[in-house]
Ligand binder design. Structure first.
Ligand SMILES: Cc1cc2nc3c(=O)[nH]c(=O)nc-3n(C[C@H](O)[C@H](O)[C@H](O)COP(=O)(O)OP(=O)(O)OC[C@H]3O[C@@H](n4cnc5c(N)ncnc54)[C@H](O)[C@@H]3O)c2cc1C
Length: 523
């Protein structure tokens, strides 16, 4: 057994920035299920949105965020985000993050939906630079112990003698190297496990994004919200294995055109801006074309961009595509939309507190209310750093007066045998296929009902295996994957309208009278 004042699950931007801040109040143990940099944070390209421009203001950033969120953002959370964001970004700089500069000033990029230049970036590898600096700082802090290859399996709870209610008092983790289950007891837990893109066949997310935090919190009785709002990036390279490579929107900005596999164009019948239409419109159009034709992808024809410009502007894309045997100077790129970002998650207040005492959440795992029904580009790294800070400042001073509790039971599986690998792989593939085909960018009542039925059967099988086997990393992830998939479907079924990222052909319009609220689910 391990003991600490606080356990942090996840070593991306949310977990690391929280750990660095809360470490001044008490001892911190961080568990992370792979190598420490492996996270969505490490792959974030574009940047982090914050108000630094002379012509910009928190009010303008707030307005843009609210417009993107399609009526569902929590204005109090958005205000916190835009007002506190610049200070948090300045702290990252002080910590050693090297953002791109233009002379003395930060070089500010512009992205879709932002009315001003406010994207702070480190070339096109922003996340990697932030992750590097945070990990360096954590290594230099004596009070944060990091356990790699340790996957949180379930949250531990106990009855609080003060309130007589349940309080979170630790995490049960699986040491992937020894196969041992280790309880870690703490006065509080922060979940920072990232998103759940891996529930879909095509995703830009790394393999760690299996929705573990949301699933664990749900099992522990926490409120989970807005899981139906999954953002899809319109153009990821096809085919992809675990994680798709993103083809930036800038390629279309420079003149690349979307085509069917027979060479014909289609975007002009969906939007006056054709291939340059907004991200969600393009994603929906490609999805429709793929469903109509049965093709597994569409094409992105880059021939209108002069070769020298491709080499100059997109060296990374040129390199990556060449590495996969595609010469983008001479042939079109096969692309599909891919699951990119989870707007919902564990419902928290503006101090990162979930509905279960002692349990906090931050980053993509959390639903702070900032994104509403659609995320404004580059607001997610900002959300992670702003709300992780607030959670640390809220929890830190309380640690000395919070009694540690002992869980009454350990929720460990009782079996001893190894689960059969081929069955786990089959279930995983099927979940990802069902979600892609039936709960993707465009949904219908019938598809959602069919998906729910099939996913319930898979859940029954996974739960059976869980009860009879010993825990393995693959089984732990599969159990969370099916739980997260079911939560997405359940929330999607509950929302009888189309809003933001949720589009249902049987309810094609916004319904402000009946649906202008979060979709909240509790076990
Ligand atoms: C390709 C790509 C590009 C992006 N570009 C941008 C961008 O330009 N700007 C922007 O704002 N956002 C961007 N995003 C989104 C942004 O990167 C993420 O939302 C953000 O990094 C999430 O940070 P996080 O700390 O919440 O989670 P992550 O960075 O995903 O970290 C999660 C951590 O939890 C660990 N973990 C998961 N489950 C367990 C478990 N059971 N036990 C132990 N550890 C666990 C993981 O190993 C990992 O360390 C991008 C995302 C992707 C995938």
């Amino acid at each position: 057994m391990i003991q600490a004042d606080v356990v942090v699950v996840g070593s991306g931007i949310a977990g690391l920035s929280f750990a660095l801040k809360v470490a001044k109040y008490g001892s911190v143990v961080m568990v992370t299920k792979k190598d420490r940099p492996e996270s969505s944070t490490n792959y974030a390209q574009g940047g982090i949105a914050a108000v630094f421009g002379q012509d910009d203001s928190p009010d303008l950033h707030m307005e843009d965020t609210l417009v993107a969120g399609a009526g569902l953002c929590h204005p109090d959370a958005v205000r916190v985000l835009v007002q506190e964001g610049p200070q948090r970004v300045s702290e990252l700089i002080a910590l050693g993050v090297h953002f791109t500069r233009q002379g003395q000033d930060l070089s500010l990029g512009l992205e879709g939906g932002h009315s001003r230049r406010r994207i702070v970036r480190a070339d096109d590898l922003t996340g990697r630079e932030i992750e590097r600096a945070l990990l360096t700082a954590a290594a230099e802090t004596g009070n944060v112990r990091i356990f790699e290859n340790h996957a949180a399996v379930d949250l531990l709870t106990a009855t609080d003698p003060g309130t007589l209610g349940e309080r979170c008092c630790g995490v049960l983790v699986l040491d992937a190297e020894t196969g041992e289950l280790v309880p870690i007891l703490a006065r509080a837990v922060l979940l920072a496990t990232g998103g759940c893109g891996q529930v879909y066949r095509h995703t830009t997310n790394p393999s760690i994004a299996t929705g573990d935090g949301v699933a664990m919190a749900y099992r522990a009785g926490a409120k989970v919200a807005n899981m139906e709002f999954i953002q899809f990036h319109p153009t990821a390279l096809y085919p992809a294995s675990e994680r798709s490579f993103l083809i930036s929107e800038a390629v279309r900005g420079e003149g690349a055109v979307l085509r069917r596999r027979d060479g014909s164009t289609f975007m002009e019948s969906y939007h006056p801006l054709a291939s340059l239409a907004p991200r969600d419109v393009v994603a929906r159009a490609i999805d429709r074309e793929m469903k109509l034709t049965g093709d597994p992808h569409v094409l992105l024809d880059c021939s209108a961009i002069p070769a020298h410009e491709v080499r100059e502007r997109f060296p990374n894309i040129l390199r990556e595509t060449a590495g996969r045997g595609i010469d983008m100077l001479g042939q079109p790129l096969p692309v599909v939309p891919a699951a990119h970002y989870l707007c919902g998650g564990v419902l928290t207040d503006t101090d990162g507190r979930s509905s279960v005492p002692g349990l906090y959440a931050a980053g993509e795992t959390a639903c702070t209310g900032v994104h509403g029904a659609n995320r404004l580009a580059s607001n997610s790294l900002l959300e992670a750093v702003v709300f992780a800070h607030r959670a640390a400042e809220r929890l830190g001073p309380q640690l000395s007066v919070t009694r540690p509790l002992q869980p009454e039971t350990l929720p460990a599986p009782a079996g001893r045998g190894d689960p059969e690998g081929v069955l786990l792989a089959h279930d995983r593939d099927e979940i990802r296929g069902v979600m892609w085909d039936l709960v993707g960018i465009v949904r219908s009542d019938e598809r959602l009902a069919v998906a729910e039925g099939r996913l319930r059967q898979i859940a029954q099988h996974v739960n059976g295996v869980w009860a009879e086997s010993r825990a393995t990393p693959e089984l732990v992830e599969l159990r969370n994957l099916i739980q997260s998939a079911l939560l997405v479907v359940r929330c999607a079924i509950r929302r009888k309208e189309s809003r933001g990222l949720h589009h249902n052909v049987d309810h094609p319009y916004r319904d402000n009278e009946h649906c202008l609220r979060d979709t909240i689910v509790v076990r």
